[in-house]
Ligand binder design. Sequence first.
Ligand SMILES: [Fe+2]
Ligand SMILES: [Fe+2]
Length: 186
Amino acid sequence: MEVTRERAWETLSRHTKSQALLRHALAVEAAVGWYARKFGEDEEFWRSAALLHDFDYEIHPTLDKHPQDGAPILRDEGYPEELIETVLSHAEHLEMPRDTELKKTLFACDELAGFIHACGLVRPDGIETLEPKSVRKKLKQPSFAAGVHRDEVYRGAEELGVELDDHIRNVVEALRPIASELGLKS
Ligand SMILES: [Fe+2]
Ligand SMILES: [Fe+2]
């Protein structure tokens, strides 16, 4: 099958009804898509993998099932192994090698996009004027967006080979055009 963003969205929205999860998928998609363009990679494929990385979370909300039990569903729907392997690689507990730029990018964007989204929700102008400095400050407050694994944010940027401040700036820039879809003020 040909992997398209449209097809990925269709798969995602068939398995996921929660607005929060759909917004998370859109945020990670925007960030990964931004990097695909920067690296001159296949943006459609990268966006599709990002959209689908948590597609089964609503039906498999625990780590004994997510994302591994989602893989056969994607396989049944005809997605290629490259995409399925990428989806699986975002999960730390599966300990799969992140041996492609896409896998590194997805891992680096997953937790950070969620965190930046959370930062924007408590600011009067959303992410419009959000700077790396205030994101880093919030990263050091364990009670803020407590579900975001800080170690994965730091390691993600490191594995991608991008300075954390630059990575934050890139992801903020990537999210700005879809701020209103994410429920952020713009
Ligand atoms: Fe996940
Ligand atoms: Fe995620």
